[in-house]
Design a protein around this ligand. Sequence first.
Ligand code: SAH
Ligand code: SF4
Ligand code: F3S
Length: 470
Amino acid sequence: MLQENLIQDISVVDDLDEARLTGVETPGHRSVYLETYGCQMNVSDSEIVASVLRDGGYGLTHDPDKADVILLNTCAIRDNAEQKVRHRLSALRAQKLKNRPDLTLGVLGCMAERLRTKLLDEEKLVDIVVGPDAYRDLPNLLFRADESGQAAVNVQLSREETYADIAPVRYDSNGVSAFVSIMRGCDNMCSFCVVPFTRGRERSRPVASIVDECATLFETGYREVTVLGQNVNSYRDESNGSLVSFPELLTRISAVSPELRIRYSTSHPKDCSDELLHVHRENENVCNYIHLPVQHGNSEMLQRMRRTYSRDEYLELIDRVKSIVPGVALSTDIIAGFCDESPDEHSDTLSLMEQVEYDHAYMFMYSERPGTYAQRKYVDNIPHDVKKKRLAEIIELQGEISRRRNHNEIGNTHRVLIEGTSRKSEERLRGRTDTNKTVIFDRANLQKGEYVDVLITDSTSATLFGSVIV
Ligand code: SAH
Ligand code: SF4
Ligand code: F3S
């Protein structure tokens, strides 16, 4: 369900901002309801938060009306992501004032880090504010807020924290695919992006704890892991004396079992190496799918965005990817209407999309973020309706490309990992190909967690349909 929202739904532009609700009940002296906004990192962090709270004696509930504590794990990437949280907080605060005086409200994650005490001082919306590196402190902060009735805050960022020793509680999992966080923070400073300010400096989690977590997941029935970081290519662990880089980490995870599929997100194009591409080529279970966010198709815009590659360099990389990893599927992130974008520069984005032929894209309208280089040095001068029109053109083009790419799959056979039931019919199953495309097919006697070969017989821009080969 989560992964579908994040990875498959091409029609939803801001799908990263959709709220996700918890699905586990555990007893405890006070019960917590946890609601997650934002990217996969936040989904993974909420699993850490659930673990910390459970160990701190708190129960977890999936019913917000029954909760003693409601925590929103938030996103600050675009203004609309923050507005969504503000609306939700206002509604919850109104409930609290009206008839739930004992309800504790908390904001976690990137918005907490960005706004710090502002949410307490100016807006008086919440009781606790906790940044992404301070989750170990949650039971203590909740206790303080509950005992004293005073707001409690910890937004300290860390250079070391990776939560490596905390076993995530997979409360909203399909039991087949899981996220595994391998690093935190980002040192890249793209000019439009708030993440380096909300997540702090890059740091990698020790390799042994990652491989152990993947092995445990496999033993408990999981068949796919997506390893997460803002820029996984800069993963480096020297805790055991010698350097383990990202390609080496993937190779070690791939050795857990040939039946465990591995994906990752996100890789920055500037350091996607041939060594990494060869890991895809040589390891059957490292999936033939790469998310390579381009952001824009024009070199000057890329320079203004501080992406550190040009259009030509990106296209050369794509050629290398396609030749080293045959049959690879590609996805990307694109921003429309960044500062000073001319009509011609916008057209360069469209032509790059045609050239690469992405299977999928996440497409966004530029949203100025306070404190970023772009906010300080450039003017957000593309009118909203122009941004909107350019984004609509980008979405329409990607729709056509995805439709074409998926149509070309008809007649091909793919190995599909079954993840659950189709949303539209209990009689049909849903899974994904190695190339990350959703496939729907008849149930027969098959179970979630099994691999099956499926002949593709039909397609739309978002989904493939097929029949199981027995
Ligand atoms: N670390 C990842 C991206 C994380 S944010 C990477 O570098 O690939 C996910 C996406 O949100 C970005 O790739 C970008 O396309 C988009 N984004 C980030 N800041 C934005 C902003 N200010 N306005 C609009 N979109 C933004
Ligand atoms: Fe943001 Fe750039 Fe870091 Fe991605 S690489 S999180 S876009 S600063
Ligand atoms: Fe949002 Fe923070 Fe992720 S800003 S996109 S939740 S890293």
